[in-house]
Design a protein around this ligand. Sequence first.
Ligand code: ATP
Ligand code: LTN
Length: 330
Amino acid sequence: MKPTILSGMQPTNDLTLGQYFGALRNWTELQREYNGLFCVVDLHAITVRQEPAKLRRRTLDVVAMYLAGGIDASVSTLFVQSHVPEHCQLQWILSCLTSFGECSRMTQFKDKSSQHADNVNVGLFTYPILMAADILIYNADLVPVGEDQKQHLELTRNLAERFNHIYSDTFTVPEPFIPKVGAKIMSLQEPEKKMSKSDPNERATLFLTDTDDQIRSKLRRAVTDSGSEVIYDQEHRPGVSNLITLYHLATNKSVADIEKEFDGRGYAPFKEAVGEALVDLISPLRQKYLEIRSDEESLNKVIKMGAEHARERARRTLRKVYKKTGFVEL
Ligand code: ATP
Ligand code: LTN
C-alpha cells in the first residue's frame, strides 16, 4: 500500500500564488507516489465570519482550482471537510488531550486574533485541534504545507504521540513536507509579510484568477528595495529576493543565472520579465480553471465520490478510537 498524504486549504478567497507554490504544486507532484487526500476546509473557514452564499461558491471554486492545478480525481480523493463529520468527532477527543497553554502559543491564533479583535471566538482558538483531526483520522504519513503551518504540524505530532502513549498505538505520527523554495511567498507590497489571500491591499497578492494585465501591472508596481541590482539577499533586499524566487519557480532558472541575466540592467526590465514568466504560468491555469468551474455538475460528482471514500476511511479510524477511549459500542 502507498503511504498517505493529506492537505487542505480554506475557501476564504480566490487562491494565490502563495498557495500554488507553497502547497498545490507539490500536491500534484506527490499524488502519484502517495495515496492523496485533498480537502477544502470549510469548517476552518468559519473561524472568521463568512457570508454563506460566498462560502458556498468559494468552496466549489477551490475544488475547481485543485483540479485545474493538476489534482487527478481518479487518482486522489478530493473532498469537502464538512462532508465528513468524523473530523469533528475526533476533534472533541483530541481537545480533551490538548492543554489551554498549547493552543495559546500558536502564532496563527495570535495573528488572527489581533487581525479580528472583534471576533476572537473559541473556534479560532481550537482551530489547530481540528486540523490535527483532519490529518490523524486518515493516518496521513506526510502533510505538504507552507512554512506557516509548521507549528500546527508539531502540535498534530504531539497529539498523535500523546494518544498513542495513553491508549496504545493508534495514530501514525505525520511528517510535514515543506518545500525548500516557495514555502513562504511574500507580499508584493510589504515583502517582509507573507502573501495572503485576505490582504486588504489587492496589489499585494497575485491571485491565480488574475488576468494577464493584472499580473503585469501588479509586478510592475511590486515594491523593490533601494538600490538597483538584481541580487538575492533575503535579509537586506526582501523585495527583489521574493521576485527572484518567483522567477526561479516559474522558469526553473537558477538564482545565479537570474542574477547574471539582469546584471547591470536595473529593476524595471527584471520586473517586466517576472511579470511575463508569471503570465505564462498563470494564464493556462486560469483558462483551465474557468472551464472546469463552469461545469458544476461534474464538480459535485467529484466531491460526492470523494466524501464517500473519505468517510469510509474516517469511520474506521473513529471506531477504533472510540473503542480505545472506553465508549460503549452501539
Ligand atoms: P491566507 O492567510 O493567505 O488567507 P491561509 O493560511 O488562510 O492563507 P490556506 O488556504 O488555508 O491559507 O493555505 C493553504 C496552504 O497554502 C497552506 O499549506 C499554507 O501554508 C500555504 N500558503 C498560504 N500562503 C502561502 C504563502 N504566502 N507562501 C507559501 N505557502 C502559502
Ligand atoms: N490550517 C491550514 C489549513 C488546513 C490544513 C489541514 C492543512 C486545515 N486542515 C490539514 C493541512 C492539513 C491553513 O491555515 N493553511
